[in-house]
Design a protein. Structure first.
Length: 552
């Protein structure tokens, strides 16, 4: 190689090295290289494509001097050329405008490209991309130019890898801070809507992307419901179901998916909708709560973007943080709903218990009141707050009731339901109540609570006494009628005989005595008449402990 040519190449290499060392972002490195090489290498255009390790395709990294239509073509070059590059060999072609079997031949001819030098970009013996130098005039690249370009490609690979490495480290620091902020924000609230909105807004902003969608799996239908979004139109969001998209299926299986070109990737179903929305690249990651996938988070970029490993890890970590926060918020919602239902049920039960006429109370195993209905509160003359927690035994301190024989004590002692009739005295009036107690057992079978129902049976007692009095009256009346009937027969005979004898008597003294006998017999007849027609009686004291009956 002539000395002058060597000096020229050395200057180019120095300039490229200087240019690449001045910037640290790998995108800026690529942009700097493709913008500088045309002048340095006397070519018309330059492109850098990076190898997407996930799909094995070369995706656009940077370009200069070419139209968007040309850069967006489906196939970069022939399969032979691509395989040569994958193997680490450069490929120089001077017949780009004449190759009849070349794919997109009309597009290549319209661009005016005639010669292309394609170089593998290698770093640490691995292919990380390709560098292409293009001319619109036919040009034969010499062996020295190719050799120098290979060295330049290695320099470019080193510059890209170093900048990537630095950028990854810088991103990791920034992403760590962002994860901490997101974690703090989402864990500071149990409002599910606020958590979802925070994640959907922060993630695309952190990655410099257009928007974000969050879809959660509905366990009842196993469908994905859109629960939050940011930066996207309503028309795009309502385009249809996404469960069958391959990128979504992969995310639901637990694997993140990075797509550089959504318009040509078969893992995308709604390509036209994405094109109208201006979406070019996509990152889909699973939302996990511990090991369970509960949804899918998708980050969408309006620029062609090859998501780096640190960006993917950041999105995955943020989605996991969000997943735990979402699960906590859902759990809180369920607990709140359950508490509300319990509260409503307790309120409903309290209303029912307050409407029960008998007095009702519930005590725990320590005989502390845990529930008292309104009737008993009014009976005791205390508010519920004053009674709850108080000792059950204090309710009956001034009553004629043995504490150990009370129903609650019996149930706690025997562990069986029991009933007890109890007499109380209020305002010098005797009242009767029937007290029934039953155990309420816990999961372990032991008594946790005892419920007691107290019914006022004073009226029932009075009715029983009245019924007893009626039975006694009926017996006395029937007895009196029987006695009267038995007396009347000899009475009438004796009275008739006395009256006949009175007519035959001559002496006045005997006549007076017989009159007395007849008068007494008639009084007995009147008494037997009363006995046969009696409807009641009353007991009267007589001599000593003797009582007599007064007929009514």
């Amino acid at each position: 190689m002539p000395l002058l040519q060597e000096q020229k190449y050395l200057k180019v290499l120095q300039k490229v090295t200087k240019l690449t060392s001045m910037v640290l972002d790998h995108q800026q490195v690529m942009d700097t290289i493709v913008c500088s090489l045309p002048d340095l290498m006397a070519v018309d255009a330059a492109t850098i494509r990076l190898l997407d390790s996930e799909t094995g395709q070369f995706v656009m990294g940077a370009a200069h001097g070419l139209s968007v239509e040309y850069l967006s073509r489906f196939r970069i070059d022939t399969e032979e050329t691509i395989e040569m590059i994958r193997s680490g060999y450069p490929v120089a072609r001077t017949d780009m405008d004449q190759k009849a079997d070349y794919h997109d031949q009309e597009l290549v001819q319209g661009e005016g490209v005639k010669s292309v030098l394609t170089l593998p970009i290698i770093f640490q013996d691995s292919i990380i991309g390709m560098l292409r130098l293009l001319t619109r005039e036919k040009r034969i690249f010499t062996a020295d130019e190719i050799s120098f370009s290979m060295a330049l490609g290695e320099q470019v690979g080193m510059a890209i890898s170093n900048s990537r490495m630095f950028n990854e480290m810088d991103n990791q620091v920034n992403f760590m801070k962002e994860i901490q902020e997101i974690s703090t924000l989402v864990n500071s609230s149990l409002d599910l809507s606020a958590i979802l909105d925070t994640i959907a807004e922060r993630l695309p902003r952190s990655l410099g992307c257009k928007g974000c969608t969050i879809r959660l799996v509905q366990t009842q239908t196993n469908q994905l419901d859109l629960v939050a979004s940011h930066g996207l139109s309503e028309t795009y969001l309502q385009r249809g179901h996404v469960e069958n998209e391959k990128n979504v299926e992969a995310a639901l299986s637990g694997s993140p998916v990075s797509i550089y070109n959504v318009s040509q990737d078969d893992r995308i179903s709604y390509k036209k909708h994405m094109e109208r929305e201006g979406i070019k690249s996509l990152l889909s990651v699973p939302i996990k709560a511990r090991s369970e996938v509960i949804g899918v988070l998708r980050i969408l970029s309006e620029k062609s973007h090859c998501f780096t490993s640190s960006e993917i890890n950041f999105a995955v970590t943020a989605a996991e943080v969000g997943g735990l926060a979402i699960r906590n918020a859902k759990t809180y919602q369920q607990i709140s709903l359950l508490c509300n239902q319990i509260e409503e049920n307790e309120h409903f039960l309290t209303n029912i218990l307050d409407c029960i006429r008998p007095k009702l109370l519930v005590v725990d195993r320590d005989k502390r009141l845990v529930l008292v209905n309104k009737v008993l509160q009014e009976e005791m003359g205390h508010f519920e707050t004053e009674l709850l927690g108080s000792s059950y035994d204090t309710l009956w301190q001034n009553q004629d009731c043995d504490i150990m024989e009370c129903p609650i004590s019996r149930v706690l002692r025997t562990e069986k339901s029991t009933a007890f009739t109890h007499k109380t005295i209020q305002n010098d009036k005797v009242n009767w109540c029937e007290r029934t107690a039953s155990p309420i057992r816990g999961p372990d079978g032991k008594i946790e609570y005892v419920i007691e129902v107290i019914r006022d049976i004073t009226a029932q007692k009075q009715l029983e006494e009245e019924q007893l009095e009626r039975v006694k009256l009926q017996g006395v009346v029937e007895l009196a009628g029987t006695v009267a009937h038995e007396i009347n027969s000899p009475l009438f005979a004796a009275l008739g005989t006395a009256q006949f004898l009175e007519e035959d008597l001559k002496e006045q003294e005997l006549i007076d005595d017989m009159g007395t006998i007849i008068r007494n017999l008639k009084e007995i007849r009147v008494l037997t008449g009363k006995m046969t027609s009696m409807t009641g009686f009353e007991s009267r004291d007589y001599v000593g402990d003797t009582k007599i009956v007064k007929i009514k």
